[in-house]
Design a protein around this ligand. Sequence first.
Ligand code: ADP
Length: 369
Amino acid sequence: MATVILKNVSKSYSPTSLAVKNVSLEVEDKEFMVLVGPSGCGKSTTLRMIAGLEEASEGEIVIGDQIVNDVPAKNRDIAMVFQNYALYPHMTVYENLAFGLKLRRYPPREIERRVQEAAEILGLGSPQMLKRRPKELSGGERQRVAVGRAIVRKPKVFLFDEPLSNLDAKLRVQMRMELQKLHNRLQCTMIYVTHDQVEALTLGDRIVVMKDGTIQQVSDPVNLYENPCNRFVAGFIGSPPMNFLTGKIIVQNGDYFFQDKAIKLRLLPQHHARIAPYRDRDVTLGIRPEDIYDKIFALDARPEFTITATVDVLEVMGSEIFLYLNAGNNSFVARVSNQDAAVANQDLQVVFDMSKAHFFDARDDKAIF
Ligand code: ADP
């Protein structure tokens, strides 16, 4: 069983600041867990502590049934794939794949068997390919060799630190799918660090969103997208990001409204109980660009869900258009079909799908719902 458990783990590089603060996390056996967050939030440090490349300043790290804080990296039975593949330039693909096993004095036949097997899995198995040196490989092939070096070890846990960052956009998408297939095939525990939320959503069984050295939320991709626990997670996951509008909750004739200078939107009855404590208080309305419609195309265009906004800029994206809109002090983006005929500077009636609205406490940015 290759579970990975962090219990109240912290890391300080200097006496005055913590790079990782009191992180607790359980990665299940065979799970693909992605750590995501902006640069500097402590993802790599967390991964490096699991690998044994950094020592935890506090807390406990457990791999399988063993506390590994005092176990050196080479004895932790993990394999790590880095962003800069770090292949040996003077060695062939075969030799690069075999090197780690040779160091560990595996019998030659076992080395050959494992290298062939890994090379086949990664599509590197042809005799010509195995004879090439890194400089004769494309970026994607080099990355595959780097992954192959991890596979031949048959480790308990795979750790990936931004392994696709050096590849161009098209290749990244392809390698993303290959990593998914690899995980399905190998059925082992993988922990993957990225700053790219799309990579996180597409790869992770579960995702850990980090900020400033702390875990914000741990969840499967769909729930993370639909039920972010705070404004940071809501804004980090999704592209274009969720819109945030500032205003107040008011009550009129038993109905709750979100109101600002140029905006008045009625909340749905199913949200009354949770919003009730925020009556007459400042809140942030969060709504994704795909949940705002040009009135002409809206299915439910009741006036209480409709506001007037001015079109600032249009971005034509091919199959869809991003409309940048202003209403009073609030600016937001709507993602509409390319059939939409809106033009810049026009006043446009837009409809909010209030069943998809999120609300955040304006004081601490925590999700109300
Ligand atoms: P991420 O992987 O999320 O970009 P890191 O884990 O690399 O973040 O870094 C977290 C914080 O720790 C950052 O503020 C970074 O500057 C700091 N840090 C990382 N490595 C070191 C180091 N070796 N020495 C000092 N500070 C470091």
